[in-house]
Write a protein that binds this ligand. Structure first.
Ligand SMILES: Nc1ncnc2c1ncn2[C@@H]1O[C@H](COP(=O)(O)OP(=O)(O)OP(=O)(O)O)[C@@H](O)[C@H]1O
Length: 122
């Protein structure tokens, strides 16, 4: 096997691990399941209300950002629980900050959702 092949094989393996991680998130994390369900509803709404190509881009970006940050939040929670399973104020603070990041992304996504759909519905 050449060096180039081995690089490509390694990249493909990394994509495989990342795909496995994304599936694991969808199967095990309640928050991601809810966000995925909302993403499906918004996709149906997008077709139903015939949103513009720009609105599609912004909607997809919001879905991607919220679900990605939720995944990072889950990883941070898992690291925190692994390195310090007992109760600790610093662990609480770390988890609160990680959850805060999801809250910020979700809040802006909700505002964007209102801006896109409010004029179409009312
Ligand atoms: N080990 C700990 N020490 C101190 N506070 C903690 C600890 N574990 C959790 N907490 C507090 O409880 C909150 C919720 O923690 P938890 O790990 O249950 O997150 P969650 O958002 O409920 O998780 P999930 O994404 O699984 O629903 C944290 O934000 C933090 O304030």
């Amino acid at each position: 096997m050449t060096k180039k092949d081995s690089f490509i094989v390694n990249r493909l393996k990394s994509i495989g691990y990342a795909y496995k991680g994304a599936l694991l998130l969808l199967k095990t994390e309640a928050s991601i399941k809810i966000q995925f369900a909302i993403a499906i509803i918004l996709t149906i709404a997008g077709f139903y209300y015939k949103i513009s190509p720009t609105e599609w881009l912004i909607q997809l970006l919001c879905i991607g950002i919220v679900m990605s940050i939720e995944g990072v939040n889950t990883a941070i929670e898992a690291i925190a629980d692994f390195i310090h399973p007992e109760h600790h104020n610093k662990i609480g603070l770390i988890k609160d900050i990680a959850a805060g990041a999801v809250f910020i992304a979700s809040s802006f996504a909700i505002i964007i959702g209102f801006i896109i759909y409010f004029p179409k519905i009312f």
